[in-house]
Design a protein around this ligand. Structure first.
Ligand code: SAM
Length: 293
């Protein structure tokens, strides 16, 4: 039996055999620690009933560990040079399918419908390229794919921002955007030494358990997210200042104050102190006046 891909020795052999050189611009930091990989897979609660989607399989280190547990794995890789390597390293796993695609360009609904037979328990598991972590996560969440969970290795700092609660320095529009769609938790932090080449930042494994329904219901989802972003434009400023600036409402300051009060929120508070429920109330009041501006 061949050894796991994710050991320093085997990874080096694979890279040398295929004369592979890392592309920093594609966020290529490969995992070389089998224990960390097993922990990622365990955090996703994968069984033979699970169909997994992986973003960026690299040389297959994580793919292999997912494949050992899952019913199928569909992996999307942007770097064409990795396809023959994956064909080689993943040959013992016939239930793995590698597709040459940029995940940000992919039509994921069609891909899931056409490529994945069993859709009852669908998860995304990945060691994400750090340069595009947020766009990838937001795409996976906003497109409302039929996923149970997303378990990803990302920059520790980004994981902390996503899982943050109100009144903390990490809490912001990204926390609320992600927590609207999913329950967010950091399940593991890992040192730089488990990657080759080593990244400059520490990493963490984030688990997003997708909600059946958002925790708040709002009149206009797009406006809800707009008012959240506006409220965090300048973190140190009050809600009132940020909202007046955003809606270009200097002359209507009194009205902005009145709308905040109508929503039951003191306009002197800062965005970072508002819960998702409070943003929902604010949004439903403001949308009536500023929804078309
Ligand atoms: N899964 C492997 C591992 O854990 O060792 C590699 C992870 S590495 C951090 C990120 C991988 O994502 C690389 O293989 C890179 O080529 C790929 N990648 C980068 N941007 C991508 C994109 N937009 N779509 C799909 N794959 C991408």
């Amino acid at each position: 039996m061949t050894k796991d891909i994710a050991t320093p020795k085997r990874t080096k052999e694979i890279l040398q055999k295929h004369k592979f050189s890392f592309k920093k611009s594609l966020g290529q930091n490969f995992l070389i620690d089998t224990n960390v990989l097993r922990n990622i897979v365990a955090a996703a609660n994968i069984t033979k009933e699970t169909s997994a989607i992986e973003v960026g399989p690299g040389i297959g280190a994580l793919t292999e560990q997912i494949a050992k547990q899952a019913g199928s794995v569909t992996a999307l890789e942007i770097d064409q040079r990795l396809l023959p390597i994956l064909n080689d390293t993943l040959s013992p796993y016939p239930h793995v399918r590698v597709i040459h695609k940029d995940v940000l360009q992919a039509d994921l609904h069609t891909l899931i419908n056409e490529e994945i037979k069993k859709k009852d328990d669908l998860v995304v598991v990945a060691n994400l390229p750090y340069y595009v972590t947020t766009p990838i996560l937001m795409k996976l969440l906003e497109e409302k794919l039929p996923l149970r969970a997303i378990v990803v290795m990302i920059q520790k700092e980004v994981a902390e921002r996503i899982a943050a609660k109100p009144n903390s320095k990490d809490y912001g529009s990204l926390s609320i955007a992600c927590q609207y769609y999913a329950k967010a938790e950091t399940v593991l932090t890992v040192p730089k030494t488990v990657f080759v080449p080593q990244p400059n930042v520490d990493s963490a494994v984030l688990r997003l358990t997708i909600r059946d329904e958002p925790p708040v219901s709002v009149k206009d989802e797009a406006f809800f997210f707009r008012i959240i972003r506006a409220s965090f434009t300048q973190r140190r400023k009050t809600l009132l200042n940020n909202l007046v600036h955003h809606f270009d409402a200097k002359k209507e300051k009194e009205q902005v104050v009145a709308l905040c009060e109508q929503a039951g929120i003191d306009p002197k508070r800062r965005g970072e102190s508002l819960s998702m429920e409070e943003f929902a109330k604010l949004s439903d009041v403001f949308v009536e006046r500023y929804g078309n501006e």
